[in-house]
Design a protein. Structure first.
Length: 278
């Protein structure tokens, strides 16, 4: 099954997102559990969760994806910022564990010129704190980053270092952002197999659980993190056709984060479905 969807707003509830996804030809979706810049998270409504679960079963949805707030930085130099990140992720995981077939993805953080070698243990400690939850039933995904500023996670080695320090390795995976890895210098356009071989050797393909499907406004290695619409950027449609059909990737869920409205996402989903080989 080709599992494809896009980022949607949670403001009108979970069933509304599922119906919106179905209306544009999607069978999954991504969402923020709180304002992406931080702030409080709305409590779940049990009836909404039950309705979401029923809709997902009826319409054969794949795994949905919860994306942590951008402001969470467990490697911050400020203790209050680190504490917010620890608590926010823990709250998110409690919520996600009550949702049907839901993964959790977040940006590892920024080292703020203290160096990745100091930031990585702090990020791992945050993850371990957040995942120390008896009823945890989700997988926490570290997102591959573009390398903008002092982002941690710009290389497979940095992500592997965080995972290695994890206490719940059985519940830790990776979300591969196509724009980010290309921005980070991995040539997924001309050497997709080579990039995946590198990922397998450093992290292990068994940890790859989701794909952020974004084109790029900038050339490879630019470290800018500027998403573009599918086929309109420097990665291009031919590369995306190879990505969504690759034996190591084709069965993973794909989530669009392109600069689009709902009609634009519908068009992209139609384009990608036409490129899919079953």
């Amino acid at each position: 099954m080709f599992t494809i969807g896009c980022h949607l707003s949670v403001s009108k509830g979970y069933l509304h997102m599922a119906k919106e996804a179905t209306s544009i030809g999607a069978n999954t979706f991504q969402f923020f559990p709180r304002n992406p810049r931080g702030g409080a998270s709305k409590p779940l409504v049990p009836e909404d969760v039950e309705a979401l679960s029923a809709w997902m079963k009826e319409h054969r949805f794949g795994k949905i994806l919860c994306h942590g707030a951008y402001t969470m930085n467990g490697a911050s130099l400020k203790e209050d910022v680190r504490n917010f990140a620890r608590q926010a992720i823990r709250e998110d995981l409690v919520k996600v564990s009550q949702l049907p077939d839901c993964l959790y993805n977040f940006h590892p953080g920024t080292h703020l010129k203290q160096g990745a070698e100091k930031a990585i243990p702090l990020i791992a400690d945050m993850v371990n704190f957040a995942m120390d939850y008896e009823d945890l039933n989700t997988t926490v995904l570290l997102e591959t980053m573009a390398g903008k500023g002092t982002e941690v996670g710009r290389s497979f080695e940095e992500l592997a270092d965080i995972i290695e320090r994890g206490e719940r390795k059985d519940r830790i995976g990776v979300c591969l952002d196509i724009c980010h890895v290309y921005d980070g210098g991995y040539d997924i356009v001309n050497d997709l197999d080579g990039v995946l071989d590198s990922f397998d050797k450093v992290i292990g393909l068994e940890r790859l659980k989701a794909i952020h499907l974004n084109d790029d406004k900038n050339p490879m290695g630019s470290q800018k993190d500027r998403h573009e619409k599918i086929g309109k950027g420097t990665i291009g449609l031919e590369a995306f056709e190879r990505i969504i059909n690759h034996p190591a990737l084709r069965d993973l869920p794909f989530y669009l984060e392109t600069p689009n409205d709902l009609a634009g996402y519908k068009e992209e989903i139609e384009i990608l479905k036409a490129l899919r080989k079953e």
